[in-house]
Write a protein that binds this ligand. Structure first.
Ligand SMILES: [Zn+2]
Length: 220
């Protein structure tokens, strides 16, 4: 299998799976991630039912835009339809991370979105992280709901399920996923004591404007 394309992409994807596992954000074979293929269209996704510790770079599965397996020995994650929905909705996104991480999943089980209670919610590309209605995993109904949520966001919660985050690179998708998981934890802690204050649309627009330039300036 040494002739599989996109070796560097698959190496990065494996490292990302192992990182999420080490952080305790995905356990066993729950959660999955994908990266848009380098050439020829489609995307590489984790195989179904394989824990991070057993996964190798050659175990990723290449699916085409219709969901047909182009390369790989294993069946793809059963949740591949919503990955495809994100790539269809957002040509600018190159990676999708899905987690059953504790805090995002707890909020998703309350069927509550993550509102603008903290300015960092803007990493989702807007002033909230929406929560899609409940649909069975792997279904077209769920993938349509996720695709709609991604029209103007880089992330969404799925009711009674977990979190989906996308990025222009795999590193970006990981950053969004890990940040939102942390924010969900803080939001739940704040909710346990009272009702958190919510930033206004103007205040969040100000944050978005800063985010567009933040970290891009290089001095000297
Ligand atoms: Zn899932």
């Amino acid at each position: 299998m040494a002739d599989l394309p996109d070796a560097a992409l698959r190496t990065q994807a494996l490292a990302a799976v192992c990182r999420l596992d080490a952080l305790g954000l995905n356990r066993g074979s729950t959660g999955n991630l994908s990266v848009r293929a380098g050439q020829g269209g489609g995307f590489w996704i984790t195989p179904t039912g394989m824990p991070a510790g057993e996964l190798g770079t050659d175990d990723f599965v290449l699916l085409d835009d219709a969901g047909a397996v182009l390369r790989g020995e294993w069946a793809p994650s059963t949740e591949w339809p919503f990955h495809r929905a994100v790539y269809r909705a957002r040509p600018d996104l190159a990676a999708v991370v899905h987690m059953h991480s504790p805090h995002a999943t707890a909020l998703a089980c309350l069927r509550r979105p993550l509102p603008a209670f903290h300015y960092m919610v803007a990493v989702a590309g807007g002033s909230s992280v929406p929560c899609t209605p409940y649909h069975l995993f792997g279904t077209e109904a769920l993938s349509q709901a996720v695709g709609s949520a991604f029209a103007d966001r880089n992330a969404c919660l799925m009711a009674n399920h977990g979190l989906v985050a996308g990025g222009s690179t795999l590193a970006h998708a990981l950053k969004v996923a890990i940040e939102i998981e942390a924010l969900c934890g803080i939001y739940l802690q704040a909710l346990a004591v009272g009702e958190p204050a919510i930033l206004s649309a103007e205040q969040m627009a100000e944050v978005q404007a800063r985010f567009k330039t933040y970290g891009q300036a290089r001095r000297g």
